[in-house]
Write a new protein. Structure first.
Length: 145
């Protein structure tokens, strides 16, 4: 009986910790490929030559400060701060130093910036994309019915 309760408690603890995982919001840790997000998410890729780059630190602080508008727009934030390891992201997007790259759900590069951008600026660009416009229209029609 004690063993059964213990295993149930372990399963419950595992379920609670698994449901807490999304608290990271739109931030993806570790290596990733753009194809993983095709038609599902809008990657925002932040490149720097080192994680100590002041522009990288500022960019990440701005993104972490306002994750909700990013989540609402299906954004995932990917980072690469190691130019010596040629990742799939670096091969595909070919950054030079610091840059922010917005990729649409269709896999196209929608924006490249050599300086940090705040969430408000990013969401304005996203909201002008044709696919996002369709999502907004669909949400309005779904809410009206």
């Amino acid at each position: 009986m004690k063993m059964r309760i213990r295993s149930l408690l372990s399963a419950l603890a595992l379920a609670i910790s698994a449901s807490a995982a999304p608290a990271e919001g739109p931030f993806v840790e570790g290596p990733a490929e753009l194809s993983d997000f095709l038609w599902l998410k809008r990657p925002v890729v932040v490149f720097a030559d080192t994680p100590e780059d002041p522009r990288f630190v500022l960019q990440m602080d701005m993104l972490r400060a306002r994750p909700d508008p990013l989540i609402e727009r299906d954004v995932v934030v990917l980072t690469d701060t190691d130019p010596d390891t040629v990742s799939a992201l670096r091969k595909q997007l070919r950054p030079r130093g610091f840059s922010v790259v917005l990729i649409g759900k269709d896999g196209r590069v929608e924006l490249r910036k050599p300086a940090p951008w705040d969430v408000r600026e990013l969401t304005r660009v996203i909201d002008k994309l044709p696919l996002r416009q369709q999502e907004i229209r669909d949400a309005r029609q779904g809410g009206a019915g």
